[in-house]
Design a protein around this ligand. Structure first.
Ligand code: ADP
Ligand code: TRP
Length: 322
């Protein structure tokens, strides 16, 4: 049985890009009978950027509700909030003390901001060490992540191997799973959909608000009568990743024929999102309006996760004679 582990930041509400690019593939991995998945909400990492406690708490709830709404089996797998298992912070301290400063100074997540050092907090600097504890504290074998996390996984492997060399075999050295083929879902403006660009589609919005977002997708000004190029349009690009092949061919033909406005295409996309995610939208609403149930599911995961990290931590303390 291989242990698959990944963390999801709660820096915003999950959007269509997160769902298609991360949540659905991770849930598919977790269903494999040979895998056991540890999925957690990296709310301590989110604290390096989000300072509003209410907002962070709401993001964490929405993130948890989204994973449950998409059918993550919390009996088979372990689903928890990083912050509820403070053992990870103790482990981070031990690992901080063997992590070379230049390694962290070389991390993209830090380097990208190093021209404005006044804005960098120490949490952001040691971010990769906390991430290492998240992984090796739970004996993970494989870590599915996006390409942007590749360097953090290399650091994780370096830190785990250094500790093993210095103090004797203690940690499992994990392997990343980086799926280069994962498609990039475009946002309402055609750039990569991302919280940081304000171009996201939140499929859990109430109907009216969701429709407004879909209607705001940027298109060119080709008149209704004129034929349109589907391969150069954001509405079609989004429709394509969600619709069946037949529906996609039908829409392509309408674009090419002309007399088909972007407004109609947007309406079709809106209806498709409503029907395709009907169950998930209902389940999400259920969890958000039943915080006791949401809390119960998370606490069950936290109890399971705590047992694992405590065992790892006691091994580490023994090695360090603490
Ligand atoms: P954001 O860019 O909105 O801040 P994150 O960096 O938190 O998103 O990404 C969380 C996960 O969702 C990552 O695994 C990432 O690869 C995936 N993801 C984010 N945006 C997209 C997108 N537009 N298309 C596909 N996957 C995405
Ligand atoms: N840094 C990751 C991201 O931004 C989130 C994360 C935190 C993570 N801890 C992790 C991912 C451990 C995998 C394993 O996406």
């Amino acid at each position: 049985m291989a242990r698959i582990l990944t963390g999801i930041q709660s820096s915003g509400r999950p959007h269509l890009g997160n769902i298609l690019g991360a949540i659905l593939p991770a849930i598919a991995l977790s269903k494999d009978a040979d895998n056991e998945a540890f999925f957690f909400i990296a709310d301590l990492h989110s604290l390096t950027t989000i300072k509003d406690p209410k907002q962070l708490c709401e993001n964490t709830k929405a993130t948890a509700a989204a994973w449950l709404a998409f059918g993550l089996d919390t009996q088979k797998n372990t689903f928890y909030r990083q912050s509820k298992i403070p053992e990870v912070c103790e482990l981070t301290w031990y690992l901080n003390c063997i992590t070379p400063f230049p390694m962290l100074a070389n991390a993209h997540s830090f380097k990208d901001k190093s021209d404005k050092l006044a804005d960098v907090n120490a949490g952001l600097f040691i971010y990769p060490v906390l991430m290492t504890s998240d992984i090796i504290g739970y004996n993970a074998d494989f870590v599915p992540v996006g390409k942007d996390q590749k360097q953090h996984l290399e650091m994780t492997r370096d830190i785990a191997s250094s500790f093993n060399r210095m103090y004797g075999e203690t940690f499992v050295v994990p392997k990343p799973i980086i799926d280069e083929r994962v498609m990039t879902i475009p946002g309402t403006d055609g750039q990569k959909m991302s919280k940081s660009y304000g171009n996201t589609i939140d499929i859990f919005l109430p109907d009216k608000k969701l429709r407004k977002v879909i209607m705001s997708i940027v298109t060119d000004s080709t008149p209704i009568e004129a034929p349109k190029n589907p391969d150069n349009d954001n509405v079609f690009a989004l429709y394509k990743v969600l619709a069946s092949n037949t529906k996609v061919s039908e829409m392509r033909a309408r674009y090419v024929e002309g007399n088909y406005g972007y407004g109609e295409a947007k309406q079709a996309l809106f209806e498709l999102i409503l029907s395709r995610f009907q169950n998930e939208r209902e389940a999400f609403k259920y969890y958000i309006s039943n915080p006791v149930e949401l809390e119960k599911r998370l606490q069950e995961g936290e109890a399971k996760a705590r047992i694992v990290i405590r065992e790892v931590l006691s091994r580490v303390r023994k090695k360090l004679r603490y």
